[in-house]
Ligand binder design. Structure first.
Ligand code: SF4
Length: 341
C-alpha cells in the first residue's frame, strides 16, 4: 500500500460531473451527432426510469452509431414498454423479509448489503433495482444507527457490502463515518463496494475517497461493473491503478446483454481490457427478470455456450463465473459450464 496524497485538482470535479449528466434525448443525440429521431427514445420508458448518462461515458460512445453498445445500455427506448410475463418489479426478492430494517438487505449467510445511496451516476436500463423503493430506504440518522446495531448484533456477519444505488454517489465524509462505525464492529473483516462510478466517472476515485474507504484491519474489495470493452479506456485504467495502489482488491461483474456483449469476441476483449487495468473478471450475470428489460435477455443455453467459447479462447483467469440470482435462494446459482464438454 502507498501513501495517499492529500488533495488533487480533481477532488470534487466528480460531483459537478454527476450534476452535468445528460438527461434529455436531444442533448444525447447532439452529443453523438445523431438525428434525435434515430435514437429511438421513449418518453414512456423515461417516465418509468429516468434517463441519466454522465458525459465521460458518452465520450466513449461511437459518434453517429445509434446501435452503439454503450448507448444501448443507457437509452430509454420503446422496447422497455412491452409487457413480458415473468418480468416483475422485484425480480430477486429484495423487499419484505430480506429487508429487515431500512437500509439493510440480508439474504445470504455471513454477509449483507447496506443501501448507502439512493441514486446512481448512470441509470442502466437493465438494472434489477430500477423499481426498488429507494425512498423507503433513505436512512435518517436514527435508522443509520439501527442498521449498524443490526450488524453489531449478528456476529455471523463478517462482510458488509455497500450497494445502492451506487454507494460511491455518497460523499467522502459519509463513507468515512460509515467505515468508522463498521471498523468498530469486531466481526466485520471485509468491506465490499459494488459500484459503476469508477467506470462511468473515473474522476470519482480521489485521494479523499481512498482515505474514506481504506482502513487498517479491514480488507476493501471493490466490484466494478462494466459490460463492454469500450467502457474500459485509459481514464478507467488510471482510476483502477489508484485504487490498487491504495490496497483495494479489484473485481468486475457484468450482465450478459443482447446487443451489447453477447459474443465471445466482445467478452474476450472485455476480459483483456479489465486484466490490462488490473481488474479480474469475477461474475457475468444472466439478466434479472426486471420489468422493462426483457429485450436484453440472453437465454441460459446461449449464455453457457458463450462462456464455454470464452474458456476455449482465453486463460482461466479471463473467464468470469456465469451466475443467476433467484428470489429466495441462499446464494447465486452458478451456471458456468464444466470442461471438457
Ligand atoms: S449503476 Fe448499478 S445500481 Fe445503478 S442503475 Fe446501473 S446497474 Fe443499477
Amino acid at each position: 500500500m502507498t501513501l495517499i496524497p492529500l488533495q488533487t485538482k480533481a477532488d470534487d470535479s466528480w460531483q459537478q460531473q454527476l450534476r452535468d449528466a445528460i438527461r434529455s434525448p436531444a442533448e444525447l443525440a447532439a452529443a453523438l451527432g445523431l438525428e434525435p429521431s434515430r435514437l429511438g427514445f421513449s418518453a414512456q420508458a423515461d417516465d418509468d426510469f429516468a434517463m441519466k448518462v454522465p458525459r465521460a461515458f458518452v465520450g466513449r460512445m461511437q459518434p453517429g452509431d445509434a446501435d452503439d453498445p454503450l448507448l444501448r445500455q443507457v437509452l430509454a427506448g420503446s422496447a422497455e414498454n412491452a409487457p413480458h410475463p415473468g418480468y416483475s418489479d422485484d425480480p430477486v426478492g429484495e423487499t419484505g423479509a430480506a429487508n429487515p430494517v431500512p437500509g439493510i438487505i440480508h439474504k445470504y449467510h455471513g454477509r449483507l448489503l447496506m443501501t448507502v445511496a439512493s441514486g446512481c451516476a448512470v441509470n442502466c436500463r437493465y438494472c434489477f433495482r430500477r423499481h426498488f423503493p429507494y425512498g423507503e430506504n433513505q436512512l435518517s440518522r436514527r435508522e443509520w444507527q439501527d442498521a449498524i446495531a443490526y450488524i453489531r448484533a449478528d456476529t455471523s456477519i463478517t462482510e458488509v457490502i455497500l450497494s445502492g444505488g451506487d454507494p460511491l454517489v455518497a460523499r467522502d465524509d459519509t463513507l468515512s463515518a460509515l467505515m468508522d462505525a463498521l471498523a468498530a464492529v469486531p466481526h466485520v473483516t471485509t468491506l465490499r463496494i459494488h459500484t459503476r462510478l469508477p467506470v462511468v466517472i473515473p474522476d470519482r476515485v480521489t485521494p479523499g475517497l481512498l482515505r474514506a474507504i481504506c482502513r487498517p484491519g479491514i480488507a476493501t474489495v471493490m466490484v466494478l461493473h462494466s459490460n463492454h470493452p469500450n467502457e474500459v479506456d485509459t481514464t478507467v485504467a488510471a482510476a483502477a491503478g489508484r485504487l490498487r495502489e491504495a490496497g483495494v482488491t479489484l473485481l468486475n461483474q457484468s450482465v450478459l446483454l443482447t446487443g451489447v456483449n453477447d459474443s465471445a469476441d466482445t467478452l474476450s476483449r472485455l476480459s483483456s481490457a479489465l486484466f490490462g487495468a488490473g481488474v479480474l473478471p469475477y461474475y457475468v450475470h444472466l439478466l434479472d427478470r426486471v420489468r422493462g428489460a426483457a429485450h436484453f435477455a440472453v437465454d441460459e443455453t446461449r449464455a453457457r455456450e458463450l462462456v464455454g467459447e470464452l474458456a476455449v479462447r482465453c486463460p482461466g483467469y479471463f473467464v468470469p463465473r456465469l451466475v443467476r440470482e433467484s428470489s429466495g435462494e441462499g446464494s447465486k446459482r452458478e451456471l458456468t459450464p464444466r470442461y471438457p464438454y
